[in-house]
Design a protein around this ligand. Structure first.
Ligand code: NAP
Length: 161
């Protein structure tokens, strides 16, 4: 299992339930990585998807503690373990947010596909600082790219053996 995330310079990932700065190149990158695999995410992240709907073409596992929640096109899971079970037939499975789900499921992830956006907008949701962690190392890194004057780069962090 891997994680996919876009982080700002301060490891922020969101504010008020959404991402304050979104790059279309990052959206394309996200689609290419997640492909036809499975994605696991929290109910609040679902609210931020286009139309509040699950992502097409992928197996969607949505985490919620609510017992009255259902959404067409997604498997509703009441724990990280249930989400892992629900997606286990998929070779490619990605944890895609938000903060609470990343924090709980990062221990199950081998790689993090991370887009670094070189801006520091105010955020209220954060990703763990992988550079400050002994457990992770950068194994791939693109050159710095630019979209509409905003610098960004793609990184792969891999859990150390
Ligand atoms: N930059 C990025 O790549 C990226 C990606 C995704 C999201 N985000 C941002 O992250 C923010 C949202 O993060 P968040 O932490 O507030 O919300 P979240 O992780 O998306 O969803 C939280 C919800 O997930 C459910 N949940 C969490 N842990 C659970 C567990 N152990 N068992 C069952 N259900 C569980 C709960 O739903 P119930 O309340 O229904 O019980 C909880 O309220 C937004 O700002 C979003 O834009 C950024």
């Amino acid at each position: 299992m891997d994680a996919v995330v876009a982080v700002y310079e301060n490891w922020g990932i969101g504010r008020d339930g959404t991402q304050p700065v979104v790059l279309s190149a990052d959206r394309r990158h996200f689609r290419a990585i997640t492909g036809n695999g499975a994605v696991i995410y929290g109910r609040r992240t679902l609210l931020d998807f286009p139309g509040g709907k699950p992502l097409p073409g992928r197996c969607n596992a949505v985490l919620t503690r609510r017992t009255d929640f259902s959404v067409p096109g997604a498997i509703v899971c009441r724990s990280p373990q249930a989400a892992i079970l629900a997606t286990q037939e998929y070779e490619d499975c990605f944890v895609i947010g938000g903060e609470s789900v990343y924090r709980q499921m990062l221990p199950y992830c081998r790689r993090v596909f991370l887009t670094r956006i070189y801006l520091a907008p105010a955020c209220d949701a954060f990703f763990p600082d992988l550079d400050a962690s002994e457990a992770w190392e950068i194994t791939e890194q693109s050159e710095r790219l630019e979209e509409n004057g905003i610098s960004y780069a793609f990184f792969t962090y891999t859990r150390k053996e």
